[in-house]
Design a protein around this ligand. Structure first.
Ligand code: NDP
Length: 311
């Protein structure tokens, strides 16, 4: 079986494919996204797409998905689709969800995440998505980020529009509060994770509470610096695969979901091979970030969340 069709169980009984297609897309690359998604689903066999209101690509994804469903190439129930609520819409997650569903041309999403444990002072339509004052500082609202999750719980319990809910960019402190104050354990915490940023304490905390960890920016984001690590290249040679296969298997072999992104259709078509990484290979990969941790996504709004290695 291709690694793209492997699934793991979530704490609410649903299952998630262990590799999802990342969809952050710079504006100049948006025209190619259609081709990338078609190649991902039809040629490589992807069955999981990770997107968000904030990425501005949901209308494009909606068109492609509708096309694929109408062509009978794939069924809705065979594709796992995630979207997220941005902090600018923290007061009204229902509005965020309805907009995403309309743009995606779907009746439901498989997974709905709170994108960041933050509240931004934007208008009722979430504009501007990242409000800043004249000195460039992000303007946060005085709300409680957990209110958004509580509203998401309500929507999850009382509608058929989301099959599961979860969070993203939550620290141990944020999760601790959530577990004490709400009665739905998130199925997922989506965080930056790769050999240079193993975040063992947060991952252990999630494992203990049956929250599956999803790894975003698994290649270190733009320019894919983590693919260049000597050990990653050595392991790729040892197993006769690409460095990208090693980084995806680093997560899947550890019970996590990986969300790599490529806007190169040739790369996408190749999918990802399953690699029999040994315990020793994994230990060495973990040691890289345990010795010298490095975070690549350091958005200025995230520094006070309590996630490590932001400075
Ligand atoms: P990734 O870590 O997936 O890296 C993307 C980069 O890797 C691109 O420059 C891509 O270039 C390059 N690349 C991909 N495959 C290869 C390959 N085989 N060889 C060489 N280079 C390669 O970046 P992202 O930051 O986009 O993270 C992935 C996804 O995670 C996002 O798209 C999004 O869905 C999610 N995410 C979620 C966040 C959150 O806050 N919840 C934050 C950030 C990301 P090319 O396109 O040319 O192939």
């Amino acid at each position: 079986m291709s690694i793209l069709q492997e699934k793991i169980q979530l704490n609410n009984g649903t299952a998630i494919p262990v590799v999802g297609l990342g969809t952050v897309t710079p504006d100049d690359k948006k025209p190619i996204l259609r081709e990338v998604v078609r190649a991902a689903i039809l040629d490589a066999g992807y069955r999981h797409i990770d997107t968000a209101w904030y990425y501005g690509v949901e209308p494009i994804l909606g068109e492609v998905l509708e096309e694929l469903f109408n062509e009978g190439k794939v069924k809705r129930e065979d594709i796992f689709i995630t979207t997220k609520v941005w902090p600018a819409l923290w007061r009204n997650p229902q509005k965020s969800l309805d907009k995403s569903l309309k743009d995606l041309r779907l009746d439901y999403v498989d997974l709905w995440l709170q994108h960041w444990p933050l509240t931004f002072k934007s208008d009722e339509n979430g504009q501007p998505p990242v409000p800043r004052d004249s000195s460039g500082k992000v303007i946060e609202d005085d709300g409680d980020f957990l209110d958004t999750y509580k509203k998401m719980v309500d929507i999850y319990k009382h509608s058929n529009k989301v099959k599961a809910i979860g969070v993203s960019n939550y620290s141990i402190g944020n999760l601790d509060r959530l577990l004490k104050e709400t009665d739905v354990v998130p199925v997922i915490n989506q965080i930056e994770l790769h050999p240079q940023l193993p975040l063992n304490d947060l991952v252990e905390f999630c494992n203990k509470h049956k929250i599956v960890v999803e790894a975003y920016s698994p290649f270190g984001s733009n320019g894919a610096p983590v693919l260049e690590l000597p050990l990653v290249k050595q392991l790729a040679e040892k197993y006769n695969v690409r460095p990208a296969d090693i980084l995806v298997n680093y997560h899947t072999a550890s019970g996590r979901v990986a969300l790599p992104r490529s806007l190169n259709p040739d790369r996408i078509k190749q999918g990802y091979k399953k690699v029999p990484l040994t315990k020793e290979d994994l230990t060495k990969l973990y040691e890289i970030g345990e010795k010298e941790p490095k975070r690549y996504i350091k958005e200025d709004w995230g520094h006070h969340i309590g996630l490590p290695f932001w400075d």
